[in-house]
Design a protein around this ligand. Structure first.
Ligand SMILES: NC(=O)c1ccc[n+]([C@@H]2O[C@H](COP(=O)([O-])OP(=O)(O)OC[C@H]3O[C@@H](n4cnc5c(N)ncnc54)[C@H](OP(=O)(O)O)[C@@H]3O)[C@@H](O)[C@H]2O)c1
Length: 214
């Protein structure tokens, strides 16, 4: 919505087009379909969108759990969704991107703060960081950056249950230097900055309340 308020024509794409249409009721926002684990689905999206300026990928399929609990299938899905998916998106969409355009990928705080129970999340987000820098060199002069959020209440923590979630948010907000958890707006402003700062590429912007510092 922030890009839209800056005058951008926006296409939001995901696996559930109807849900996206419901979430974004704005004539300047078009909903489309893509499954980033399916190369044909990515190719079809690329054909439909034609040319474009910026691509932002927020996909995720996180593999939380301790080493003893982790299964190969959930790790593979996490890496396939959040690392290989954006890589194949970049492959399909970069040739259609206008000069001055950029890609923004999503990493996450667990790439920079080691926590037991987040091993799968850490290696996935760490790989996004390397993907960002590699694409920034290979796709230049297109710019490629990433945003690494800290804890944000997007629904991503709903599996903890309402009480568990509030406890987790209170703990994170009372122990990080920022003194609160983040908001969707905090992250959206970082994405807009990455899209519009024409001298920044290969960078991961940490919007995490300073959590890895303590
Ligand atoms: N929220 C946080 O606290 C936090 C912290 C650190 C990092 N992050 C990162 O920030 C980004 C956005 O976070 P979020 O909280 O909005 O994540 P989220 O609620 O888990 O959303 C992830 C999105 O990825 C989509 N997706 C999953 N697999 C897909 C596929 N194969 N093809 C297309 N779309 C697919 C899901 O759509 P469906 O509806 O189709 O499932 C969902 O909309 C993610 O990369 C996340 O890892 C978030």
């Amino acid at each position: 919505m922030l890009a839209r308020s800056e005058g951008a024509e926006v296409i939001v794409a995901g696996r559930n087009k109807a849900a996206l249409e419901q979430a974004y009721d704005d004539p300047g926002i078009t909903a489309d379909v893509v499954d980033v684990s399916d190369d044909e689905s990515i190719a079809e999206l690329a054909r439909r969108v034609g040319s474009l300026d910026h691509v932002v990928s927020t996909v995720s399929a996180r593999a939380r759990g301790t080493l003893a609990a982790l299964e190969r299938a959930s790790l593979a899905q996490s890496l396939d969704t959040k690392v290989l998916g954006p890589l194949m998106l970049a492959k399909a969409l970069a040739p259609r991107m206008n000069l001055g355009g950029s890609l923004v990928l999503f990493s996450g705080v667990n790439a920079f703060k080691v926590n037991v129970g987040y091993l799968g999340v850490a290696i996935t987000n760490g790989a996004v960081d390397y993907l960002t820098r590699s694409l920034a060199v290979e796709l230049a002069p297109l710019r490629v950056n990433a945003v690494s959020p800290g804890v944000i209440d997007t629904g991503a923590w709903d599996a903890l249950g309402e009480e568990g979630k509030q406890e987790f948010f209170a703990h994170t907000g009372s122990t990080n230097p920022a003194g609160r958890i983040g908001t969707v707006d905090d992250v959206a402003h970082a994405v807009l900055f990455a899209m519009t700062n024409s001298f920044m590429t290969g960078m991961t912007l940490k919007v995490d309340g300073g959590e890895p510092l303590v």
